[in-house]
Design a protein around this ligand. Structure first.
Ligand code: SAM
Length: 307
């Protein structure tokens, strides 16, 4: 494969090592490397807000059929390629939130949460996409959107207000502070800070994201966040762990570490995502890559506390 001229700077050698760790076939490796080179794999989606769903709203631009994406909830639409939904007045009016299709795919694991969570916490919430996706599946009852970084917390607050979600509480505690408080939730979303390798496939420069320093540093932080997160969930409750990176060290191995360290947790099957099941672990976890044709990629695993 010749990949001498790259539009986004990344090390082809490091990318090939990643593909080996992911056990990709030659064809899948080629698709991933080409996506990293072209940076054009992003795919926009719209999550309709409650302002829109209350009115049977239709956006003022064409949307594609969602037939291929059986894992999308009804109120997530796919604008036709080339449409920029953030340029429309309806965006400012909060009729919808715009995010990447891969994020919607990660959120699809919520389809295996058996009933509406009464109390939920989005631990790493800014700018708000996963909270919007939760609201697309369940009526939010007592939901908190938490973000440790003050600037990002401001953006989160603006996005929630624009989309009519003033009833969501916004907080800025660290995971260890949440664990120390002793509050317990039915559902925690942990959309963890990660090396963001999929950003390369969206044309976003992310130097060093394929290197071991970034991957190991992020994996350590993710294990730390998850060790705190488990004590914030009541028995029978769930954690949805997601990232937008490919490396198994930040994905399957973080979950495997948690399952080894903390008794009484199990990874849950997500029937809607069966076609995406990871073969890098012996528990149900799901990964999306550019060869699936649903955006830049991501990882998700739904965990349930048994005891
Ligand atoms: C992947 S982003 C979240 C994206 C968001 N869930 C969404 O869908 O729009 C990860 C977030 O985690 C926050 N973060 C960084 N370090 C953290 C830590 N140690 N504990 C908790 N959150 C952290 C970042 O500020 C960032 O906003």
């Amino acid at each position: 494969m010749s990949l001498s001229k790259t539009s986004s700077a990344f090390s082809v050698k490091a990318a090939l090592r990643l593909c080996e760790r992911l056990k990709l076939s030659a064809a899948q490796t080629e698709i991933l490397l080409r996506a990293m080179q072209s940076g054009d794999t992003a795919r926009r989606a719209l999550v309709l807000s409650s302002k829109a769903t209350a009115k049977n709203y239709r956006p003022p631009f064409s949307c594609e059929s969602r037939e291929r994406y059986s894992w999308l909830p009804e109120n997530v639409l796919l604008p036709e390629v080339g449409v920029n939904p953030a340029q429309y007045a309806d965006y400012e009016a909060g009729m919808y939130y715009v995010l990447d299709l891969s994020s919607c795919w990660e959120g699809a694991a919520l389809s295996a949460v058996p009933c509406t969570p009464e109390r939920s916490l989005d631990l790493c919430a800014a700018p708000g996409g996963k909270t919007m996706l939760l609201a697309a599946r369940f009526p939010l009852q007592n939901h908190t959107a938490n973000e440790v970084q003050a600037r990002r917390r401001g953006i989160l607050r603006e996005n929630l207000l624009r989309c009519g979600m003033e009833h969501v509480q916004v907080t800025g505690l660290r995971p260890d502070q949440w664990a120390g408080q002793g509050e317990q939730f039915d559902l925690l979303l942990v959309d963890a800070p990660c090396s963001g390798q999929s950003l390369l496939c969206k044309g976003i420069s992310n130097p060093g994201c394929l290197g071991s320093a970034a991957v190991n540093g992020n994996a350590k932080r993710q294990r730390g966040i998850m060790l705190q997160a488990v004590s914030c969930v009541r028995p029978g409750g769930h954690i949805l762990y997601t990232t937008c990176t490919y490396d198994p060290e930040e994905n399957e191995r973080v979950v495997a570490y948690l399952l080894r360290r903390i008794p009484g947790w199990q990874a849950e099957e997500v029937p809607l995502l069966a076609a995406f099941r990871s073969d890098l672990c012996d528990f149900p976890a799901y990964r999306l890559l550019p060869h699936h044709g649903c955006g830049a990629g991501g990882f998700c695993c739904l965990l349930r506390r048994l005891l």
